[in-house]
Design a protein around this ligand. Structure first.
Ligand SMILES: Cc1cc2nc3c(=O)[nH]c(=O)nc-3n(C[C@H](O)[C@H](O)[C@H](O)COP(=O)(O)OP(=O)(O)OC[C@H]3O[C@@H](n4cnc5c(N)ncnc54)[C@H](O)[C@@H]3O)c2cc1C
Length: 407
């Protein structure tokens, strides 16, 4: 093999939930796959850590339920909010009819390592770390592979493939290179991310949204700490970080009084990170030889923590629809027809639209009002809450269209 050139059936850019799940699903059905991941490992703090009931079901269908259960996880049965001191249960996953009626909070690197280890059992699977997809190779209008930068190698690499998949997340390089038309939906907020320690006697147990006096926090239980997201108005991060950390301490104490004694652990802004939130969606997820999946096709807001689940569901649907054409390519050399790629978008397009519509509604009527100090729990009449709760439990827990692994 020429060290600067690699040939495979499918080249996937991005070793996140979408890319690794797709790589595993294809490899176990005999398709040759190369996954490119630009980082050296999966250890990054910014990743969401929610593994939803439907993703756990997929892991079960893959025979990975026992190994998943061995990972360190916290079980979240409900999503709750406290608005100006008044509690409200937003979602109750225990009421869902599913073998896994809870969200498992698992460090995402553990989940990704599990997928990568399982995929590595199949001879057709290759994962290259520190391999960044930088552009598309095309021939006669068709995408035939990607160019790759590897910091440890002098020469750039070319990976040639019958199908290239962009699963490189919300700042996707390949999607930009493909010039596919997209729709941007403004996100009104970004997130300031930090953690405070957790003790065994903490009273909080559920994933919680806390709103008080124009500030909003999401508090997520983890093994030895609380992951905290302070919702901030878009574009205000620089002002916030230029100010005194004591202001953050003060409003955290008001919004989350149970953890007031811990906020002093955040001694400076260097203990926090700002994460950019965006919502967008490609109008067309594909062009000949290329398919976009997960956040590369539709960047998800953190609202509801559903982006990982959606990325996994995209991967399952794509593997189910694409495998016959890919195996056919391996047997006969026939190209992967564009209509198979269009079928993936048809199947996953409308669940994505509905999920983003709900995220934007929560953003508009919940988050933006909370940031203006205009949100109260009273406008939701008691009678309306049970059906709203059932809807949220289902959409958050299972997704709009759960997918199942085809064997
Ligand atoms: C602040 C914030 C919090 C969130 N919290 C949650 C949550 O709790 N739960 C949830 O479900 N969702 C959450 N989300 C959404 C979630 O992160 C995404 O929807 C989900 O990760 C999408 O998965 P993906 O595989 O498509 O992309 P990603 O998870 O972004 O994975 C893309 C992968 O590609 C790699 N990569 C990028 N560019 C290249 C390249 N050029 N070449 C090679 N590799 C590349 C990256 O290193 C990464 O590993 C959150 C989003 C934000 C902004």
């Amino acid at each position: 093999m020429d060290s600067t050139m690699l040939r495979t059936t499918v080249c996937i850019a991005g070793g996140g939930p979408a890319g690794l799940m797709l790589g595993l699903l294809l490899a176990r059905r005999g398709v040759e796959v190369v996954v490119l991941e630009k980082h050296a490992d999966f250890l990054r703090d910014f990743r969401g850590d929610t593994v939803h009931p439907s993703t756990q079901q997929v892991l079960d269908e893959l025979g990975l339920a026992d190994r998943f259960a061995e990972l360190p996880y916290q079980r979240v049965d409900r999503a709750e909010t406290m608005i100006d001191g008044r509690p409200l249960t937003l979602a109750d996953f225990g009421a869902l009819r599913t073998p896994y009626p809870y969200i498992a909070m698992v460090p995402q690197w553990d989940l990704l390592n599990l997928l990568a280890e399982e995929a590595a059992r199949y001879p057709g699977f290759r994962l290259l770390h520190r391999a960044e997809a930088t552009g598309l190779i095309t021939s006669g209008g068709r995408v035939t592979g990607v160019t790759v930068r590897r910091p440890d190698q002098d020469q750039p690499l070319e990976v040639h493939a019958a199908l290239t998949v962009a699963a490189d997340g919300r700042h996707s390089t390949l999607r930009r290179a493909a010039e596919l038309p997209s729709r941007e939906f403004g996100a009104a907020f970004d997130v300031l991310w930090f953690r405070v320690s957790r003790t065994e006697v903490d009273q909080l147990s559920a994933l919680g949204l806390r709103v008080a006096k124009g500030t909003a926090y999401v508090v997520v239980p983890r093994n030895t700490y609380w992951q905290v997201a302070r919702i901030i108005d878009k574009g205000t991060a620089a002002d916030l970080l230029g100010g005194d950390i004591a202001a953050l301490h003060q409003d955290f104490r008001t919004a989350v009084p149970e953890l007031a004694d811990r906020i002093g652990e955040v001694t400076g802004w260097d203990r926090t990170s700002v994460l950019e939130v965006r919502i967008d969606r490609l109008r067309r997820w594909h062009r000949p030889g290329l398919l976009c999946l997960g956040d590369a096709a539709h960047a998800m807001s953190p609202v509801g923590g559903v982006g990982i689940n959606l990325a996994v569901q995209d991967a399952v649907a794509a593997a189910n629809l694409l495998t016959p054409a890919l195996l056919d390519h391996q047997r006969t050399g026939s190209p992967v027809d564009d209509h198979v790629l269009a079928a993936v978008q048809r199947r996953r397009g409308w669940p994505t639209k509905i999920t983003q519509l709900l995220q934007r509604a929560v953003q508009r009527f919940g988050v933006e009002r909370a940031l203006r100090g205009g949100l109260s729990s009273s406008p939701v009449p008691g009678l309306l809450m049970p059906p709203i709760r059932r809807l949220l439990s289902r959409v958050i827990g299972l997704g709009v269209r759960p997918e199942h692994v085809r064997h």
